[in-house]
Design a protein around this ligand. Structure first.
Ligand SMILES: CC(C)(COP(=O)(O)OP(=O)(O)OC[C@H]1O[C@@H](n2cnc3c(N)ncnc32)[C@H](O)[C@@H]1OP(=O)(O)O)[C@@H](O)C(=O)NCCC(=O)NCCS
Length: 185
């Protein structure tokens, strides 16, 4: 099953995952946006052996978008497509053995918003997510942002641990209020 997609338009409703029993969705706390101080980013985590982080180039864009769609759904693929359309591209991909292992992007949902970020299930727990998060936030800093907002963050502790992110009170549903959904209407 796909991981939580609390933000994108492919979820049946906010706070509901595909295949989630309604009780489970209701029991989860609502997501929140997080604030990251880019001028005080913690030091970069160690590189992951055999994994390269970089912006995909043109011939790879379709492959990356398909990879995101297959693992994380059409909403995240839509956001990845926006980031791939920016110049310079605001999406980073982790590459291992000639294939994507994870991705992260910004300026996709709105200016200054980080996300989404995702690592292939089999590749989690190796530091790839931390490396992607840090590289992408550092690119935001170099682009001139002082702060990044993580939109509708799922694993808050991941963002807090790697980037010192803190919750923004009252930020749900925030920007996502009234999100159009497939099958609605
Ligand atoms: C969240 C995600 C990107 C993390 O990627 P990862 O490669 O497994 O993360 P890392 O191995 O780099 O972990 C870095 C640190 O964060 C911690 N961490 C990772 N996932 C976590 C989670 N879900 N909750 C809390 N802490 C987490 C790790 O324990 C590690 O801590 P440590 O440095 O103290 O050991 C990955 O689990 C994922 O793709 N999840 C599904 C998509 C998702 O929810 N994206 C976020 C949308 S807002």
């Amino acid at each position: 099953m796909r991981p939580p997609d609390r933000r994108a338009g492919d979820a049946p409703a906010p706070r509901t995952e595909v295949g989630d029993p309604p009780a489970a969705a209701a029991a989860r706390p609502p997501p929140q946006d997080l604030l990251v101080r880019l001028y005080a980013l913690p030091p970069a985590p160690p590189a992951v052996p055999g994994v390269t982080l970089r912006r995909p180039i043109g011939p790879e864009h379709g492959l990356v978008a398909d990879w995101v769609a297959a693992r994380f759904g059409p909403g995240w693929a839509s956001e990845a497509g926006v980031a791939l359309g920016q110049r310079p591209v605001t999406l980073f991909v982790a590459v291992e053995g000639g294939a994507p292992l994870g991705f992260a992007c910004y300026d996709a949902t709105a200016r200054g918003l980080f996300g989404p970020i995702g690592v292939a299930e089999a590749g989690r727990g190796r530091g790839v997510g931390a490396a992607l998060l840090h590289a992408t936030l550092d690119d935001m800093r170099r682009a001139g942002y002082a702060y990044a907002v993580v939109g509708a963050a799922g694993p808050v502790d991941f963002f807090a641990r790697v980037a010192g992110a803190v919750p923004i009170p009252g930020s749900w549903p925030g920007l996502y209020a009234g999100l159009m959904r497939p099958g609605a209407g």
